[in-house]
Design a protein around this ligand. Sequence first.
Ligand code: DX5
Ligand code: ZN
Length: 220
Amino acid sequence: MKNTLIAPSVLAADFANLQRDIEMINNSEADWFHIDIMDGAFVPNISFGMPVLEAINKHAKKTIDVHLMIVKPERFIPTFAKLGADILTVHYEACTHLHRTLQAIKVEGMKAGVALNPHTSVALLEDIINDIDLVCIMSVNPGFGGQSFIENTYEKVKKLKELILKKGANTIIEIDGGVTNKNAKQLVDAGADVLVAGSYVFKAENPTQTIADLKKITTL
Ligand code: DX5
Ligand code: ZN
């Protein structure tokens, strides 16, 4: 039986009731907290930064999965380790020396992730896949929650899964953007291990139940 991990994106939470929303995730069937950090340079939006992550970490009782949508992410690796990140994901497009950056993340005791924009081919990971703990396939253009899912993602997941198997890597596949009950199962069938869901969870009438439903339809 496959245990697909569900990672609600805190970007879609109610920031005026952040502790309440964190406790909701703690008490739900969710597996991880997905934390989106945006700098207004790599992506055309700014989300939140270190003090907010520090506050989240005080209450969060599950794995903290940090997605850095920032230029030169290598500047802040020790900082995010101290702030409680368990997984630190950097963008392929933002790293000139990706290999070095991944090693630096691991030295700090975190799992190392690489995110790919929709236009970035998974084939570019051929020579680095064995050093990556998690690949985050962006199924929207990063920068905003609530966008619609890009259908080409299924093909990318399949190609990435083939590459992982070919190389004998232990990498897991995360999908981020526009995930709903309409595409979740098909993503898992294509090879996804972790599904991030922001607005689908937080805009639902019953977020706890929505998480449970996602968990159920993706756990074969
Ligand atoms: C987009 C972020 C996503 C976002 C997902 O740049 O990386 O994690 O929060 O939100 P939804 O699920 O609403 O597309
Ligand atoms: Zn994200």
